[in-house]
Design a protein around this ligand. Structure first.
Ligand SMILES: *Cc1c(COP(=O)(O)O)cnc(C)c1O
Length: 397
């Protein structure tokens, strides 16, 4: 595809992109170069938690960008201290390390657990993870993931990630041995198809890991930062993990992630962990603006309410079209179809005119919804209306 004087093929081919270029965004709406509007229920894969170009993020970038962009991670800076303070104030964790992507935060969590195992558990290093889990695209986080096919894709894997089955405590117990140091999971498996870990499973897992002296790591890259209707999804189960990772929503669209841990687990020594951009003030200023908005009075209650509204609307589609069901938490939800027309629906929604709709189908038999946490009920109604039309049009003969 040609764009002005340039060819889009100068970009490495890693995914099939539609032949359009987005040029601006506002709230729940994106606009392409023909100025066609698209209602966005993907939001950069649950990244833009306050929608496209919210004023607090544009302002934080402009103000901090004019003041100090990067003094280097060898020095303190105000926004990093402020954001770490906001995160520890609003969670059960005591210390924060900032990184740039979810995968990088998870790599940090894996390293922290392995170091802790060396100091406290006689060199134990295995971290039990789960089938269908998604923890990122670096070699270690791909190895920790349970995506079918990933065990051989870039073989050999990083060793030490035996896989249990979600919501099956016995499958975890069976894997615990002298080399085990931690259990790591997503409170809701996002890429796996929006599959929640049951609250009683999370509670039992916390008890089991405590009994065995193991760490419990929650990957809240997708479920954290208000997405579930609480600030962090593990709060729904009332558990206190030892380590948590954040990504996606924490930057509201800019590259920022975080590794959080309880004091007793913070065993990194100088030289163990770092990274050129960690805790840079430009990104941390955005993160602080996001945290202030998410923790403002009534914000999370509204997310919870909007999530219920979306869930009820999806259930009406289920009844009307004879679909399988709806599931999820807060504003991370999935519609389970009665066949594999997910990709066809995504394509039809994008191409719909005069207005398009951005949807995501992580598995062919389901659609995933990750709108802005500020999405309005009118925008949900508009999305449901369009999806209703598309479900009619793609109905089996
Ligand atoms: C997206 C995601 C990641 C990876 O984050 P990146 O920023 O793409 O590296 C890790 N864990 C979960 C649960 C995710 O949803």
């Amino acid at each position: 595809m040609q764009y002005g004087e340039f060819d889009a093929n100068s970009l490495m081919y890693i995914t099939n992109r539609p032949e359009l270029v987005f040029v601006r965004g506002s709230g729940s709406w994106l606009y392409d170069e023909q100025d066609k509007a698209y209602l966005d229920f993907v939001q950069g894969w649950a990244v833009n938690c306050l929608g496209h170009c919210p004023p607090e993020i544009s302002e934080a970038l402009a103000t901090q960008g004019a003041q100090l962009i990067n003094p280097s991670p060898a020095f303190y800076n105000g926004p990093a201290i402020e954001l770490a303070g906001l995160l520890t104030r609003h969670s059960v964790f005591d210390r924060v390390f900032f990184a740039n992507t979810g995968a990088e935060a998870n790599e940090g969590a894996i390293k922290l657990a392995r170091k802790w195992g060396r100091l406290n558990r006689d060199g134990a290093y295995e971290i039990i993870t789960f089938e269908h889990a998604f923890h990122g695209r670096t070699l270690a986080t791909m190895s920790a993931s349970g995506k079918p096919g990933w065990d051989t894709l870039f073989a050999p894997q990083v060793p030490g990630f035996p896989k249990a089955r979600l919501n099956d405590l016995d499958s975890v117990k069976a894997l615990i041995g002298p080399k085990t140091v931690a259990v790591m999971l997503e409170p809701v498996q996002g890429e796996g198809g929006v599959i929640p870990a049951e609250p009683d499973f999370l509670q039992a897992l916390r008890e089991l890991t405590r009994e065995h002296g193991l760490l419990l790591i929650v990957d809240e890259v997708q479920t954290g930062m208000g997405r579930s209707g609480r600030l962090f999804a593990h709060e729904h189960a009332g558990i206190e993990p030892d380590i948590m990772t954040l990504g996606k929503g924490i930057g509201g669209g800019v590259p920022l992630s975080a590794l959080l841990a309880r004091e007793a687990v913070c065993c990194f020594e100088p030289g163990d962990q770092g990274g050129t951009y960690n805790g840079n003030p430009l990104m941390c200023a955005v993160g602080a603006a996001v945290m202030r908005r998410l923790t403002s009075p009534g914000f999370l209650d509204k997310v919870d309410e909007t999530g219920r509204y979306l869930g009820a609307a999806l259930n009406e589609l289920v009844a009307r079209h004879g679909l399988v069901g709806e599931r999820g938490q807060g504003l991370l939800r999935a519609l389970i179809l009665d066949d594999d027309r997910g990709p066809a629906l995504v394509k039809g929604a994008l191409e719909h005119s005069p207005k398009g709709l951005l949807l995501n189908s992580p598995r062919p038999n389901l659609l995933r919804f990750m709108p802005s946490l500020t999405v309005s009920t009118a925008e949900i109604d508009e999305m449901i209306g369009l999806l209703d039309t598309l479900l009619h049009a793609t109905r089996k003969a």
